[in-house]
Design a protein around this ligand. Structure first.
Ligand code: OTU
Length: 635
């Protein structure tokens, strides 16, 4: 069988090469055509096998594959020499993003800087902060009013005219690169907006484009699918389908104006691969793969994280290795932790949001109990050494409590009840809560709910709680030290608060995520050097921690070893480096906590805390102040 498969792949390659020859004549191949041919020979078996897994039963399979490769070849021909130089450099240093110097930031172009030009003007600040990675929230053409913050894309090849042009984006990518900053944008490939040209043609009855989406003449199949599919945005519409003006039903997992693409159709895969390579050639370094879990549907299943979803992402990855080798993927799967890791591998997504660490950091702050987080770090943190977590505290989205019920049960915690407590706590419906958040997609049918709010508002700064600032820093200290790429939601570093004005805007009022998407907090940035202000204190804390991270090689890479503190309020973990280990201890309680001398039995007699500069005599045990954390350097 192996032999037969090998022969088949060889024959397929010969067929594809023949098609390449007719499509791109020898006169039009460009200087580094040989490099493409070499890549094709390397990558073809992988690409062919993946493509066959999804589309292999089709009669036109080889033609579809050939079309895909021809498109990749054209894209390679158009790829600029500076980008090809980066391709080569990163292939020679595949762990470049594992450096302890890595620091990510994310912001909305319009809200944070007005336009792409405005983003350019903020590069000096990004450098001051130490960013090496900048995620600009969706900036493509989208419907004017209904755009889900840009996640409803009307054209992947046009920048939203209010923000700038594609030429400006390309220039910005180059300028950021010159400042040592990689550019990250979203690849919103599960759905398009209803104003995308494909959608308009589908609506107009064009048979070719109708097949780009999931359109049904009546409710029979939608009803059948909905028996096993969960509701994502129930505040917008129940279920996963919306009715078109002509009476038909279309799949819309998220908002009614975001129509799911039908990847059972290989033309959809090819079209989106084309958009992906177009973006790659603008100088994008990472694509944030939006809503990865939803891209494959099958009747009778939850239609989330199905095997074909992984195959498709791997196939997109293989296309990159062929025609844009330095482009990497970041997975956005905010799902059960067992499913989150399934997207992470060099052949699928090289980096991934770490939603579990994020959610459990907030869980620990609410309960003042760090055991669930400690368990998650010990059990679920270590991933493939060629991949990295993106560790964040807040994002533009809601917080969902995506911990594993099985893990919680080990501490006698009931998952459903615990989520209910956390939701109540963070929307200030629990006595004594320091948090000022708001609910998101409260679903009375299922009891599901998520919460929104900025880091500072959730941590107690808005409420004037005495521990608020320290909680913001505690949460970020974890993101900065567990291993992976720390990601700063820009504005958090000056303690930006909730903005409730969204409730007055008819297009935002239904979506409480806008509460934590404020405009550039100019006042707080102006105060950032003033230690008498909240902004100044928070910013000084961030600057200090960022500097420390960048100076501490043990914080590079991702490997983490647990550390039992024998005190439920105190989180512990070790980051092993080549010549020293950093032992992190973090007190989630609002009271001082002591760790007995025996806890440190096998360690050196003394260790310096990198955060405070204080030497600790471990033989005496360690006492941490309320919400204090230490990064102990063990030699
Ligand atoms: C993503 O989030 C984006 O981050 C959101 O801003 C978009 O609205 C959405 O996709 C549609 O493009 O449900 O509440 O992992 O958690 O993909 C946010 C599943 C979301 C979801 C995630 C989605």
């Amino acid at each position: 069988i192996v032999f037969a498969r090998h022969q088949q792949i060889k024959a397929a390659l010969a067929y594809v090469e023949q098609r390449l020859k007719t499509a791109i004549g020898s006169g039009r191949r460009g200087a580094d055509w040989a490099a493409f041919e070499a890549r094709l020979h390397m990558q073809f078996p992988t690409l062919c096998a993946l493509f066959a897994e999804v589309y292999g039963e089709r009669e036109d399979f080889l033609d579809q594959l050939a079309e895909l490769v021809v498109m990749a070849a054209r894209s390679w021909r158009e790829r600029g020499p500076e980008l090809k130089a980066i391709d080569a450099a990163r292939e020679a240093d595949p762990h470049w993003f594992q450096s302890n110097r890595m620091l990510g930031g994310v912001c909305y172009v319009d809200r944070y800087a007005g336009t792409l030009e405005g983003v350019r003007a903020r590069i000096p600040y990004f450098r001051e902060l130490g960013l090496t990675y900048l995620h600009l929230m969706p900036l493509f053409r989208c419907p004017e009013k209904n755009s889900d913050g840009g996640y409803a894309v009307s054209s992947y090849r046009d920048v939203n005219p209010a923000l700038g042009t594609m030429e400006q984006l390309k220039a910005l990518a180059a300028e950021l690169r010159a400042s040592g900053i990689s550019l990250v944008v979203d690849f919103i490939f599960n759905h398009t907006s209803n104003e995308h040209a494909w959608a308009k043609q589908a609506l107009a009855g064009d048979a070719e484009y109708e097949k780009f989406y999931w359109i049904f003449p009546d409710r029979s199949l939608p009803d059948a699918y909905e028996r096993t599919v969960r509701e994502i945005f129930p505040d917008d519409h129940p279920g996963s389908f919306v009715q078109l003006p002509d009476g038909r039903w279309i799949w819309a997992t998220f908002y009614h104006f975001q129509w799911d693409l039908n990847y059972a159709n290989p033309a959809v895969f090819r079209a989106m691969a084309g958009e992906m390579l177009f973006l790659a050639n603008q100088g994008i370094d990472f694509l944030r793969m939006d809503a990865v879990a939803f891209i494959w549907k099958q009747l009778g299943t939850p239609c989330e994280s199905l095997p074909q979803a992984h195959t498709l992402i791997k196939a997109f990855n293989a296309v990159c290795r062929l025609a844009a080798p330095s482009l990497l993927f970041k997975s956005e799967a905010i799902v059960h932790p067992d499913e989150v890791v399934e997207y992470i591998s060099p052949g699928e997504c090289q980096i991934s949001y770490n939603p579990l660490q994020m959610a459990l950091t907030w869980e620990g702050l609410a309960t003042r109990d760090a055991r669930l987080l400690a368990q998650a770090l010990e059990r679920r943190h270590n991933i493939d050494g060629d991949c990295a977590w993106v560790n964040y505290v807040r994002s533009h989205d809601d917080i969902g409590w995506t911990f594993a019920d099985e893990d919680a049960a080990e501490f006698g915690i009931d998952g459903f009840e615990h989520r209910r407590f956390l939701n109540n706590f963070y929307v200030n419906r629990f006595p004594g809560s320091f948090a000022r958040g708001v609910p998101f997609q409260d679903n009375p049918k299922t009891g599901d709910c998520r919460i929104c709010g900025t880091a500072a508002s959730l941590a107690g700064v808005e409420a004037g709680d005495i521990g608020g600032i320290e909680r913001v820093l505690l949460a970020y200290s974890i993101a900065l030290s567990t291993g992976g790429i720390p990601l700063l939601y820009l504005g958090d570093e000056v303690g930006q608060l909730n903005d409730y004005s969204y409730a007055d805007d008819p297009h935002q009022a239904i979506d409480s995520r806008w509460v934590h998407r404020p405009h550039y907090p100019a006042q707080r940035y102006a105060e950032r050097e003033d230690a008498a202000t909240d902004a100044g204190r928070i910013h000084a804390g961030f600057r200090h921690l960022i500097r420390l991270r960048k100076a501490t090689p043990a914080l590079a890479g991702g490997r983490l070893i647990g550390f039992a503190t024998h005190n439920p309020h105190v989180l512990g973990y070790q980051r092993p480096g080549a010549d020293h280990t950093v032992l992190v201890l973090a007190n989630f309680a609002d009271t001082p906590q002591a760790l007995a001398a025996g806890t440190f039995g096998a360690l050196p007699a003394s260790a310096r805390d990198l955060v405070s500069g204080v030497d600790y005599h471990l033989r005496d045990g360690v006492t941490l102040g309320a919400r204090q954390f230490v990064w102990l350097s063990l030699n």
